[in-house]
Design a protein around this ligand. Structure first.
Ligand code: ADP
Ligand code: MG
Length: 703
């Protein structure tokens, strides 16, 4: 009989050292002290740390842990861990399980093999991890995982979490200052909230293993299109196939145990593409949970004989995968600051935050673009399913009307909720949302939050949220400067004037039309908006003076830290394309060519045989196919040679920016040219000759 499982509500968070566990197990004063640290950022006293460590260890051992690890997020965009056992051998040959407050709070992984973008050259190789008590520890695979920040000996930031935490603090400070001016004096603290929807592909693992391109690069580098793609729109929200459904259940189970609030799951637009959306959480925890989600997606797939693809563009010709970043700000008094409420025209709080966001996105669009820049995402942004590389804001009809009214000083009346007729009396009454969706906008207001749609599916959400928080903090701090000396009875008018001025000055960033059209590209250029198409186009703006100033002012990154990130982005980009070039050369030369030669060999033997037996027989098909394949293999040969020599040259370029450009302009173009011939050839070769599965075999592989 099938084992009866615990109800999901009991399973949820069962492997998390949660607030509830702390409350139950820690002495009252210690629990309070930890909370003070979490809520107010005070440093933890040594005795308190020791008590927490002891209790954590007991709890972790009860949950099967023998080891602990500081879990951090170096600039690879992945997570890193190094496990130490709790065991301490004793003189008498026995051992005890130990874990001190010091071990909880601080770790010393060797930083020298993580990317540091030159910071290491100037400073020291030593790195420290520091406990982040705002993200709960958990047990996984017999280890206690402690979320940590990662910094160098000299205090330089070496990870993605630290800047995010700093930006959350900056936004907290600036938002509270503004709220106090607006009269919300009881607000002590605001949180950034984040829900990141995660798209992914699933294909049969045996098939995956036969594709060198997928195994090494995460995306297919050649492949003739399948006869069927996404044109029938029959996959989106379609019935879950049994293997997919089984996978999704197993994934939910694993995530729930780790306290990841996985909520929604469905099929996406492309065949074999799916999505998971979590409930939103505090941004820092949500970012950690998204890392866990990606890891579990791969892990659970592997156990089920499936490969989970998180690359932004695994297959040509069908949609790629993104990670929609739903973002808002909430006060400790329970207000969502991006909720327009019943009467947005009178909701100055909403207007101020909306204005700050509009100004932030307009002034720092380049930074937002950079925050999602990667070789993989370049293939997605601007393709016709993803938001274009141009950043603009969609606000929807209602807010647009509100903004028009603010700008012109005219009265605004909300349409309110509109009842919809369903035409059938058994159906319940439903009300229309006040905005329709606009899937083409990179930055869309969705009723009570903004959805930033540019992040790629494999990206760490830490960086885009760091930029967003920092940019909005800056605008709020400017607003504060303008409002701080206004007498209390003049605040309303001053705020109205400020919002009006801001909307006037920054409305060029607002675009409610179709972002996929060429007209928009032209219009955006007229408006002076950035259109940063590739990593080497975008990344140099990181060091623009206004951007360095922004990050330094809010203590997010120093100039040196930005320079190091600039080098890392470009270096990673060149390396990624370099590996793709090599993988493609290998796959074309060895796998596709092998299939083609095998087929050509059989075709010509057949032709010779036929001609010997019946010299007058018409063998046009065989002859034609042979001719075409021979021609294509010649073209492939020269395209391959060009790719090979150009890649050798690109590799030699010393400057990272010049190198990135070389890979973008020359190598990717070479790869496109080679792919064109390769795909034409593959289309002529019967499947059984190919040592790797075709698009059709991969995309429809799970039943
Ligand atoms: P939509 O219908 O616009 O897609 P959903 O309610 O389905 O909105 O939410 C989509 C994602 O946005 C989910 O991950 C959800 O948790 C997240 N979300 C909802 N409200 C907020 C908020 N206030 N802050 C951050 N994320 C949010
Ligand atoms: Mg969405």
């Amino acid at each position: 009989m099938e084992e009866l499982k615990k109800p999901a509500s009991e399973e949820f968070g069962s492997l998390v050292f949660s607030d509830k566990v702390m409350k139950e197990r820690l002495p009252k004063d210690v629990y309070k002290a930890v909370h003070k640290t979490i809520d107010e950022g005070t440093t933890l006293d040594k005795n308190v740390a020791n008590t927490v460590a002891a209790v954590m260890k007991e709890w972790a051992i009860e949950h099967g842990a023998t080891h602990f690890t500081h879990w951090f997020q170096p600039m690879t965009g992945l997570t890193a861990e190094k496990h130490d056992s709790f065991l301490t051998p004793q003189a008498d040959g026995t051992a005890i399980m130990e874990f001190s407050g010091k071990e909880l709070i601080k770790g010393e992984p060797d930083a020298s093999s993580f990317p540091s973008g030159g910071l290491r050259a100037t400073f020291e190789a030593r790195g420290y991890t520091a406990w982040d008590p705002s993200s709960p520890a958990f047990v996984k695979d017999g280890s206690l995982y402690i979320p940590t920040a990662f910094i160098s000996y000299g205090g330089e930031v070496l990870d993605k979490k630290t800047p995010l935490l700093r930006s959350i603090d900056a936004l907290d400070t600036e938002a509270v200052k503004i709220l106090h001016i607006l009269g919300d004096k009881d607000v002590k603290h605001v949180d950034t909230t984040l829900g990141s929807e995660q798209e992914y592909f699933l294909i049969d693992k045996e098939k995956y293993m036969k594709r060198k391109d997928l195994v090494m690069c995460g995306r297919t580098l050649i492949g003739a299109p399948a006869p069927k793609g996404q044109e029938m729109s029959d996959h989106y929200f379609g019935v879950l196939k049994p293997r997919v459904s089984d996978y999704m259940h197993a994934l939910d189970d694993e995530l729930w145990k780790l306290g990841v609030p996985a909520k929604t799951k469905h099929n996406e637009v492309a065949p074999s593409q799916h999505e998971l959306a979590p409930m939103f959480e505090i941004a820092n925890v949500a970012a950690d949970h998204n890392q866990l989600t990606m890891e579990m997606m791969k892990r659970v797939a592997d156990k089920k004989g499936i490969a989970c693809l998180l690359h932004e563009k695994p297959f040509e010709g069908i949609n790629g995968s993104g990670k929609h970043n739903n973002w808002s700000i909430a006060t400790d008094t329970g207000i969502n600051l991006l909720d327009p409420g019943k009467n947005p025209a009178e909701n100055l709080r909403f207007q101020v935050f909306l204005a700050a966001i509009i100004k932030a996105v307009d002034e720092y669009a380049d930074l937002l673009r950079i925050s999602v820049a990667s070789a993989g995402n370049d293939h997605r942004l601007g393709a016709n399913e993803a938001p274009p590389a141009i950043i603009s804001i969609f606000v929807g009809d209602d807010v647009e009307k509100l903004l028009d009214a603010i700008e012109s000083g005219a009265a605004y009346t909300t349409t309110g909720k509109v009842r919809m007729g369903t035409g059938a009396h058994v159906l319940p009454e439903i009300f229309k949302d006040n905005t329709d969706r606009n899937r083409t906008s990179p930055f869309a207001f969705t009723g009570n939050k903004f959805e930033f749609r540019m992040p790629g599916s494999s990206l760490s959400v830490a960086t885009p949220n760091t930029v967003l928080n920092t940019a909005v903090s800056e605008e709020l701090s400017q607003f504060y400067e303008e409002l701080k000396d206004v007498p209390e009875d003049g605040v309303k008018d001053a705020v109205r004037a400020l919002v009006q001025k801001t909307v006037k000055e920054h409305k060029r960033i607002i675009f409610n039309g179709n972002g996929y059209t060429d007209e928009w590209v032209a219009e955006a250029e007229k408006r002076g908006l950035y259109n940063l198409k590739s990593v080497p186009d975008a990344v140099p703006h990181m060091l623009d003076e206004k951007n360095v100033d922004l990050f330094e002012k809010h203590h997010i990154y120093t100039k040196a830290e930005l320079e190091s990130r600039y080098e890392i982005y470009l270096d990673n980009y060149a390396k990624e394309v370099h590996i793709e070039s090599l993988a493609m050369q290998e796959m074309v030369r060895k796998d596709l060519m092998e299939g083609m030669i095998g087929y050509m060999h059989d075709l010509s033997s057949e032709l010779v045989e036929k001609k010997t037996v019946m010299p007058d027989l018409d063998c046009t098909f065989e002859e034609d196919t042979l001719k075409k394949l021979t021609m294509l293999s010649n073209k492939m040969g020269s395209a391959l040679e060009k790719l090979k020599t150009d890649t050798i040259e690109a590799e030699k370029v010393a400057d990272n920016l010049a190198k990135g450009k070389e890979y973008h302009e020359v190598i990717l173009a070479d790869m496109d040219a080679l792919r064109k011939e390769a795909d034409a050839a593959e289309a002529l070769v019967p499947d059984q000759y190919l040592p790797y599965p075709t698009y059709a075999q991969m995309l429809f592989s799970l039943r």
